[in-house]
Design a binder for this molecule. Structure first.
Ligand SMILES: CCOC(=O)c1ccc2c(c1)NC(=O)[C@@H](C)N2
Length: 116
């Protein structure tokens, strides 16, 4: 059935997002950057992204593939690398997350092929 065909895709997307979020051990990517705390953020970042927003998009069926999820993950990481200078905890957290997240996403894309 269509429901059966769709389910594995959603299950894989949820599992991949959870694995990525587990690696945010500093918990700096959990929620949108607070624009009242960081008033100049939108001067550097045109499209903010964070894990809670990604979760909302996932449950709203806005991701058709792991590649779609990967695009928002890469957006979130690149926003952080752009706004924060390299000597900050945020920048270092983004560099680490980019590396370990890449491995998680590569595995998920391979798995999607086998259940496709
Ligand atoms: C309550 C104050 O929080 C922040 O200033 C803050 C909180 C979280 C942040 C962030 C800033 N900047 C960032 O680039 C992303 C990765 N995370």
């Amino acid at each position: 059935s269509l429901e059966l065909q769709l389910t594995p895709a959603l299950v894989l997307l949820r599992s991949t997002l959870e694995q990525l979020q587990e690696k945010d051990t500093a918990c700096v990517f959990i929620s949108p950057v607070n624009l009242s705390e960081v008033p100049d953020y939108l001067e550097f970042v045109s499209e903010p992204m964070d894990f809670s927003t990604m979760r909302e998009k996932l449950e709203a069926h806005k991701y058709c593939s792991v590649a779609d999820l990967e695009a928002d993950f890469n957006l979130m990481v690149s926003n952080c690398l752009r706004y924060n200078s390299s000597d900050t905890l945020f920048h270092k957290a983004a560099m680490q997350l980019k590396e370990v997240g890449g491995v998680i996403l590569r595995h998920a894309k391979r798995q999607a092929l086998s259940t496709g």
